[in-house]
Write a protein that binds this ligand. Structure first.
Ligand SMILES: C[S@@+](CC[C@H](N)C(=O)[O-])C[C@H]1O[C@@H](n2cnc3c(N)ncnc32)[C@H](O)[C@@H]1O
Ligand SMILES: [Zn+2]
Length: 311
C-alpha cells in the first residue's frame, strides 16, 4: 500500500525551528535527520535560495523524502547514512538541524519491530539494511545485567531487573525472545499493572531497546561536537530531542561550547575543554504550545535548543 507522507509524520516545533535557524540567501544547511523532509520543506519554502543536504539512515524514509521534495529540484541533496559521519559528508554549513529519534513512519510500521502494536520480528534498526545487530540479536548476546542496565538507564523502568531475568530465563530454555509480541507479553507478565496506568507496560522497555540498538546517545555526543565545529561564522545549530538524557547531553554540549566549564565540582583544573565558540539562543528549551499538543501527541516530550556560532 502506498504511504501518504503527508499523513504519516507531523513535523514537531516546525515554525519555532525555522525561526531559530533563520536561513539567509545563499545558505547551505544540513538536515541531519531528514525523515520525510517536513522541516527541510519548511526551510526551503522560507528562503528561496537556500540549499539543503538531507541525511537519513533509513532507506525507506529517504525514498519518500525524495518524492516529497522533488519540487525543489537540485536545491536538495540526499545522503543515506548516519549523521555520526557528518564530517565526511560536509566541510561546513550555515545551519544544521537534528530532529532526533524515530519518525512515525518507523514507529507505525507493521514490520520493523519498533512497536508492540504489531507483531513483527524484534528488529528496531533505523537503518534496516545495515549490518548492525537487531534488538532480538542484542537480547541474545548481552548478559542479564547489561540488559537490565539498558532497560533501566534508557527506559527508567523500575522493574528492569525482573524483565531482564525473564528475558534470560527464556533464552536459557532455548526459545529466546524474537518478536515484538513475545517481548510485550513477557514485560506485561513481569510488571505489576495499576488500573490507572495510561501507557502500555512495555512502552519503556521498547524505548530503551530502540535507543540501545541504534546507539542513539553515543552517536549524539560526537555529532554535537562535530556540528558545532562545522558551522560557519553566524551559522546555527538546532536540536529537537525527546528523551531527558538526550536533552541533558544537548544542554551540556551547548554550555561547554559557550565557554562554561562542565567539569565535575572540585576538579582543580578544567579538563572538559570548554571554549567559547557559540552563543546559546535558547536559555530554556522551547516546547510545544497547546495547539500543537492538541494535534500531535509526539510533540509532548519535544525540547528544542539552538546555538549560533560566533563570528
Ligand atoms: C523524527 S524523524 C525526523 C522527521 C523530519 N524532521 C520531518 O519533519 O519529516 C527522525 C529521523 O532521523 C533518522 N535518524 C535518527 N537517528 C539518525 C542518525 N544517527 N543518522 C541518520 N539518521 C538518523 C531516522 O531514521 C528518522 O527518519
Ligand atoms: Zn571544564
Amino acid at each position: 500500500m502506498a504511504v501518504q507522507a503527508e499523513n504519516v509524520h507531523a513535523s514537531v516545533l516546525l515554525a519555532e525551528t525555522v525561526q531559530l535557524l533563520a536561513p539567509k540567501p545563499g545558505d547551505v544547511f544540513v538536515d541531519a535527520t531528514l525523515g520525510l523532509g517536513g522541516h527541510t520543506k519548511a526551510l526551503l519554502e522560507t528562503e528561496a535560495t537556500l540549499r539543503v543536504i538531507g541525511i537519513d539512515q533509513d532507506v525507506e524514509a529517504m525514498k519518500l523524502a525524495k518524492d516529497r521534495l522533488k519540487y525543489f529540484g537540485d536545491r536538495v541533496e540526499f545522503r543515506q547514512g548516519n549523521f555520526a559521519d557528518i564530517r565526511k559528508i560536509v566541510d561546513s554549513a550555515d545551519g544544521i538541524l537534528a530532529d532526533l529519534g524515530v519518525s512515525s513512519l518507523q514507529f507505525d510500521s507493521e514490520t520493523r519491530g519498533f512497536s508492540f502494536r504489531f507483531d513483527a520480528p524484534l528488529d528496531m534498526r533505523m537503518d534496516a539494511e545495515g549490518e548492525d545487530e537487531t534488538a532480538a540479536e542484542m537480547l541474545e548476546r548481552l548478559s542479564e545485567e547489561e540488559i537490565a542496565n539498558i532497560i533501566y538507564g534508557y527506559g527508567e523502568e523500575r522493574f528492569s531487573r525482573r524483565i531482564a531475568r525473564r528475558i534470560v530465563e527464556r533464552r536459557n530454555t532455548g526459545s529466546p525472545v524474537r518478536t515484538t509480541k513475545e517481548l510485550a507479553e513477557l514485560v506485561e507478565r513481569s510488571v505489576p499493572r495499576k488500573p490507572k496506568d495510561k501507557i502500555h507496560p512495555a512502552t519503556k522497555t521498547f524505548q530503551a531497546l530502540r535507543i540501545a540498538v541504534n546507539r542513539e546517545l553515543e552517536v549524539l555526543e560526537g555529532f554535537l561536537k562535530d556540528s558545532i565545529d562545522l558551522l560557519r561564522p553566524n551559522g546555527r545549530l538546532a536540536i529537537i530531542s525527546f528523551h531527558s538524557l538526550e536533552d541533558r547531553m544537548v544542554k551540556q554540549a551547548f554550555l561547554k561550547a559557550s565557554g562554561k566549564c562542565q567539569c565535575p565540582p572540585r576538579i582543580p583544573q578544567c579538563i572538559c575543554g570548554a571554549a567559547k565558540q557559540v552563543e546559546i539562543l535558547t536559555k530554556k528549551p522551547i516546547t510545544a504550545g497547546d495547539d500543537e499538543l492538541d494535534v500531535n501527541p509526539r510533540s509532548r516530550s519535544a525540547k528544542l535548543r539552538a546555538v549560533r556560532k560566533l563570528g
